[in-house]
Design a protein around this ligand. Structure first.
Ligand SMILES: [Zn+2]
Length: 214
């Protein structure tokens, strides 16, 4: 029994597994990184996706295909290690400035709220500040078009004013998925009104342009 346990421990040490497919880890990158098969399947742009719509934003890749499947999967319990691997990839490909302070965008749902923005922020290795609060629940954004989303989000966030927080570095918003950008812009506006400088938004998946035009 003891010997079997030892053998098992050695397998873990000698043969690290990919956190996504659980297959043998064949990548020269650090442990907890994706295997090359999973990395190839994701077909991510090497330097991420960058855009500027009143607010610079960057994403690991388009919210489609394998990345979309993975982001749906990591919302489930006990999928933390796959999320850690994706956040590591995000931090490697889109490194944030050393002075960045991360502000996760809070979810509007009181129950079963989305934990991903907070978890992504924690994995990015920069200080995190919970500066934003939702002032009202709003409707679910899912079935609304861009104008409806913007109206739905007017006054949706309140930010802790700068003077209560002292001087912060450049604030980066953190979300899991960027769809029309309405939520990000509402959060940006609340933070700027409270005296913070928002440098940009970082997220894992960005909806393809075709869907953003809805
Ligand atoms: Zn894999």
């Amino acid at each position: 029994m003891h010997r079997a346990l030892l053998a098992f421990a050695q397998t873990l040490l000698i043969e690290p597994r990919c956190p996504i497919c659980d297959g043998p880890w064949d990548s020269p990158m650090r442990p907890a990184a994706l295997c090359s098969t999973c990395l190839d399947a994701l077909t991510l742009p090497l330097k991420g996706l960058k855009g500027l719509l009143r607010l610079p934003r960057c994403a690991l890749g388009p919210y489609a295909g394998t990345l979309r499947q993975l982001l749906l999967q990591v919302r489930q319990p006990r999928q933390g290690i796959a999320l850690v691997a994706l956040v590591q990839l995000l931090s490697d490909r889109l490194p944030l400035p050393a002075t960045a302070v991360l502000v996760p965008i809070p979810s509007w749902k009181r129950q079963r709220s989305n934990p991903l923005p907070q978890q992504i922020a924690l994995g990015l290795g920069r200080p995190t500040a919970a500066l934003l609060h939702r002032t009202h629940a709003g409707l679910s954004q899912h079935h609304l078009n861009k104008t409806q989303r913007q109206n739905n989000l007017i006054g949706a966030f309140q930010a802790i004013p700068l003077d209560k927080q002292g001087s912060l570095g450049s604030v980066w918003l953190v979300d899991d998925i960027l769809t029309t950008g309405s939520t990000a812009l509402a959060a940006h506006e609340a933070l700027e009104n409270a005296g913070h400088h928002v440098a940009g938004l970082i997220c894992l998946g960005r909806n393809p342009a075709k869907e953003r035009r809805r």
